[in-house]
Design a protein around this ligand. Sequence first.
Ligand code: ADP
Length: 438
Amino acid sequence: MIGRGYRRELGWVLATALGLLGLGWGVGRPAAFLLLGAAAYLGWQLWHLERLRRWLERRPGVELRPTFGLWHDVFVTVERLRRKNRDRKKRLRRALRGFERAASAAPDGAVILREGGEIVWMNPMAEELLGLRRAQDIGQPIANLVRSPAFADYVSAGRFDRPLDLDSPADSGRHLVVRIAPYDDQRSLLLVRDVTRVIQLEQVRRDFIANVSHELRTPLTVLVGYLETMTDDDTMPAQYERPLRQMSEQAERMSRIVEDLLRLSRMENEPGGAPRNVVKVGDLLRRLADDLRDLSAGRHAISVQTDVESTLLGDEAEIYSAFSNIAVNAVHYTPLGGDIQVRFLVDEDGGGRFEVSDSGVGIDAEHLPRLTERFYRVDKARSREVGGTGLGLAIVKHVLMRHDGHLEVTSTPGEGSTFTCCFPAERVVTSIVDAGAA
Ligand code: ADP
């Protein structure tokens, strides 16, 4: 659409051209007058174009001096756009400063990294926790500054779905959790959190449970001992028989809970993974088969595959307690006449799988993710009835964690369950000759 300024300018040009033509005719040279007018108009345009160019080259802040005609409109519009742009920049700068202040006040460390791990930006908390210095470390690869092999591996591996636990390079008494989140093709945000307090509280909790369990152990042993003697004593009056038997059962249950708690504490307080002792799976399964048959006392059809040549590299007592907890559960939660199958398999990738399948009561899917929590029981009454402590699968989970493995459970309510202990290939040797060499 043609603007008002343009129409006005066109009006002036036409009026001036007509005036010049009139004057030109008066003196008999209309063409010369018209040409003179056109040349003057062109000069005026060029001069304003040059003014605009010079102004564009200058620093921002220099005013574009006003003129008239169409150029006046152009100058006013350019000036308005420039002011708008300046305001937008100011707002952006303010927002950026606000963001920097917020990031600086954050209780966690934050570092922006370029591809290759070079530091682009960091907040003061990152300086404090990772021992970095903003003045000299920007532009340096972070793996050269945070001197920890685990950290260097974490940064270079590029698998950031899990956080990394790290002792602070600036202060070995501080424990950190580091997480890296890539946010575009080339950049990532590294977040560091100080978890020293959480770890201390966790240690207090562990010590407390270990101490309480330890303190209860001896009095309970005494109680169980006396109750056993009294239960076996034929001279005891008949009316004491039932209460004594109940007391004896409950005291033994408490003893089992205390023993399981102590076992868990020992594993939690032992840093690092399990030792890599040679554990012959065949021997373990033979022992397990005897124990299971004793426990079932003919109430179930039990098949245990014992002709296994494989060897696990781990702690024999821990592995046996994990296998036994799972197998004993199968006996406890499978009704009379049910089937129980125990076997050990080696995958194509060399990983080991200890599997116990039963045709028992099964477990609803909603309970599966919580089964390894301490004292989590699907049916409390049934667990008590069979003498469960609610700690069996928590122990299994810990044992497997210490052997770099994990537990898998599949179950159909009313049809049965399969519990599988999965071991990585590094913990499995498929022949005894190899195991000796390992
Ligand atoms: P508990 O001492 O109570 O058996 P566990 O930690 O060994 O404790 O097991 C937790 C819960 O998981 C049990 O209380 C039981 O409800 C369920 N569970 C474990 N194994 C089986 C199984 N083979 N079949 C059905 N339920 C099971």
